[in-house]
Ligand binder design. Structure first.
Ligand code: F6P
Length: 326
């Protein structure tokens, strides 16, 4: 028999479409299993300021289709201090919260892990970030929606690129990883993909542009991840213009548009599965793990491993993007 009676759920770090669906699944599963649920506003900030609300079945009605997070989110500096965590623990105790479900990325996992080590509070992590760069799951909540949003923009840019016979450099999100850039480059028929994982990417684009037998294209799209070591779209536009003064080059930075919007069906289903599994993991006695889905199976990964582990982009996809760009 589990000793857990009340679960606290929060979203933390960058928002991602599908976070609401995950909170809904946590709340409904917990109630189904006879538990109480409280929502902690603004992630760790709300833990420290005691901004905590009761949640019932009705509180999460009509949110499965909404982007963002109704619990709000923040990146908390105060929770990085031991004083901040002590205050958070006092508040959770006064709210009679016995266990936590944290929806967020690596920084959020790190906070949950330290909190579990210091105060013994069981915490389950749910991977929520558009970047898809979390170890322990094939896909993170928000990624599918984000790539479809980026792709929609690229298709529109393609129209203008074609009409004006221009080269467009499109910068997508991905501070440390190129999952978004590589997938939308392939799906958007781009001529180049620049990602932090491929240190030779710029040279490859230039080699490709210089090929004597390069197909005469009147327009072209190059996708760059914001975290690429070469710099963002504006820097690349300048460098490409210096090398090819005859080309008409423009840049577009898609930015936070990729973080908003109604979650795709895939993200809603992923969020629903993971939210429910997080509650089940707590009731099964798990104390410090993330839940993820790998090859369509639910997996639990200890926080230490999920935080330190590096999820790699598939080299075969890098090659595919190159092959299809000829
Ligand atoms: O959610 C991850 C991410 O989208 C990164 O790709 C990006 O660098 C970062 O968030 C920007 O977040 P913010 O503007 O909220 O600090």
């Amino acid at each position: 028999m589990s000793e857990i009676k009340t679960i606290g759920v929060y979203t933390s770090g960058g928002d991602a479409p599908g976070m609401n669906a995950a909170v809904r699944a946590v709340v409904r599963t917990a109630i189904y299993k006879g538990l109480k649920v409280k929502g902690i506003k603004r992630g760790y900030e709300g833990m420290i300021s005691n901004d905590i609300i009761d949640l019932d079945r009705q509180s999460v009605a009509n949110i499965i289709q909404r982007g963002g997070t109704f619990l709000k989110t923040a990146r908390s500096m105060a929770f990085m201090t031991s004083e901040g965590r002590e205050k958070a623990n006092e508040n959770l105790q006064s709210q009679q919260i016995d266990a936590l479900v944290c929806i967020g990325g690596n920084g959020s996992y790190t906070g949950a892990n330290i909190f579990n080590q210091e105060y013994g509070m069981p915490c389950i992590g749910i991977p929520g970030t558009i970047d898809n760069d979390l170890y322990g799951t094939d896909y993170t909540i928000g990624y599918d929606t984000a790539i479809n949003t980026a792709l929609d923009s690229i298709d529109r840019i393609r129209d203008t690129a074609h009409s004006h016979e221009r080269v467009f450099i499109v910068e997508v999100m991905g501070r440390d990883s190129g999952f978004i850039a590589l997938d939308v480059a392939i799906a958007g028929g781009a001529e180049g993909a620049l990602i932090p994982e491929d240190l030779a990417d710029w040279d490859k684009v230039i080699t490709h542009f210089n090929r004597p037998n390069r197909r005469k294209k009147s327009f072209s799209i190059i996708v760059v991840a914001e975290g690429d070591e070469q710099g963002g779209a504006l820097i690349l536009e300048k460098r490409l213009t210096e090398l090819y003064p005859d080309l008409k080059i423009r840049s577009t930075i898609l930015g936070h548009v990729q973080r908003g919007g109604s979650p795709s069906a895939r993200d809603r289903i992923l969020a629903s599965r993971l939210g429910s599994e997080a509650v089940k993991a707590l009731l099964d006695g798990q104390k410090s793990v993330t839940v993820g889905i790998v090859s369509d199976k639910v997996v639990h990964t200890p926080f230490d491993l999920a935080i330190a582990g590096k999820k790699s982009v598939d080299p075969a996809l890098i090659e595919l993007a190159e092959i299809l760009a000829i």
